[in-house]
Design a protein around this ligand. Structure first.
Ligand code: GAL
Length: 379
């Protein structure tokens, strides 16, 4: 696992230093009255936190040393396509943690902007990064089709750019190589995640054909169709079935834009319209699968008994659902590996090293067999 023990310890320490709300999200605040035992415990925790903080400083310094340069005065501009996205929130948290705790960047030199799902707004943020003289940018574009224009802006300003999560097209990636541009992409091959989702259905006892009519009838809940992730997951999940010689019937395909509420609405409508005909619900991500599960529960259907449900990302809640048999499977979209690779590529640019145009991190299939183990890694 790329989340090292040290990193886990550090994450815990920052949690102690911050409030429970900041780190635990929904966890309720501690309200117990202080006792002597509690005070001793608190003192021990503070001591452990100080120790770990010291260790972190040493680690960061050592990492910066190993990275070949001091990152402390480097300025980084990061823009995320929108903050209100479960997966990209995990990603951005890990990106910042890794850069500060393990690569020696200063938190105050890292600016992270919310693209708010608006390309014009994001382009504006990029222009501001250029004006403020950042040394490198890490960009999760709102529209991957704007990569050529953004790359040229960065090139004119002499600033290297690391694109993440939303992959620009192949022609653009080839242009970076042929023109020797300082631009690179870090992501994961969405064809692999789609294939894994399809395989999870093929691997069920009845190969997805619950009603035994010789074909798998499914609904597809798609992410934002501008994203390669949505296009490939839609295509390759079904391809895994047809490659296995299984006949398929698409009852409905609708865009849910990676959003839980939209996923819930789409599946609710589909179950009203097609009822028992629906055997499999494919969701391009877990947020939409969590919405789908709400609709499935409300309709009185039972996952793995009279309907199958798969997602992608391995959000903690989704992996827990796989453990509990409430989702058939998901696919781990390794935000630790992707965030760390993106930051490592930024460091390479800052050290004047060459960077490959495309850097892919593997997905991992998550089924009832390994869900408990994956849960340990992601929670
Ligand atoms: C995908 C991820 C989705 C969403 C999307 C944003 O890789 O599976 O949940 O975060 O990226 O572009």
């Amino acid at each position: 696992m790329r989340l090292t023990r040290k990193a886990t310890a550090m994450a815990l320490v920052s949690c102690m230093a911050l409030s429970m709300t900041a780190c635990g999200g929904s966890k309720p605040a501690e309200t117990a009255a202080p006792t002597t035992a509690a005070a001793t415990e608190a003192a021990k925790e503070t001591e452990a936190a100080t120790e770990a903080a010291k260790e972190a400083e040493t680690t960061a310094a050592a990492a910066a040393e190993a990275a070949g340069g001091d990152m402390a005065d480097k300025k980084v501009g990061i823009s995320i396509y929108k903050f209100d996205d479960n997966f990209m929130t995990l990603y951005r948290t890990e990106l910042e943690r890794y850069m500060v705790e393990e690569l020696g960047f200063k938190k105050e030199n890292i600016t992270i902007q919310d693209g708010k799902g608006d390309q014009a707004e994001q382009t504006n943020q990029i222009q501001n990064f250029i004006a403020s003289g950042v040394d490198v940018m890490i960009l999760n574009l709102v529209q991957s089709s704007s990569a050529p224009q953004v790359t040229d802006m960065c090139k004119d300003a002499g600033i290297p750019v690391v694109y993440i999560n939303r992959e620009p097209d192949v022609a653009e990636e080839e242009r970076w190589a042929s023109e020797g541009l300082q631009a690179t992409y870090v992501g994961a091959d969405a064809r692999q995640s789609g294939t894994f989702q399809g395989e999870e259905i093929v691997e069920t006892a009845n190969k997805g054909d619950i009603n035994g009519d010789g074909k798998v009838s499914y609904i597809m809940v798609q992410g934002d169709p501008e994203n390669v992730d949505a296009q490939y997951r839609t295509e390759f999940s079904i391809k895994a079935l047809t490659d296995a010689g299984i006949e398929v019937e698409e009852l409905m395909l609708q865009r849910g834009d990676w959003d839980q509420a939209k996923g819930q609405q789409i599946v609710q409508d589909a179950l009203t319209q097609f009822a028992d005909k629906v055997e499999v619900v494919f969701c391009n991500n877990d947020a939409m699968a969590l919405g789908a599960l709400q609709a499935i529960d409300a309709a009185g259907r039972k996952v793995n008994e009279d309907i199958y449900l798969v997602g992608v990302d391995a959000l903690t809640e989704a992996v827990q659902n796989v453990v509990d048999g409430k989702m058939t499977g998901t696919v781990f979209n390794d935000h630790f590996g992707q965030a760390q690779t993106a930051a490592d590529m930024a460091v390479k640019y800052l050290n004047g090293e060459a960077v490959d145009p495309v850097n892919m991190v593997d997905y991992v299939k998550v089924t009832s067999e390994n869900a408990a183990e994956i849960l340990e890694k992601v929670k």
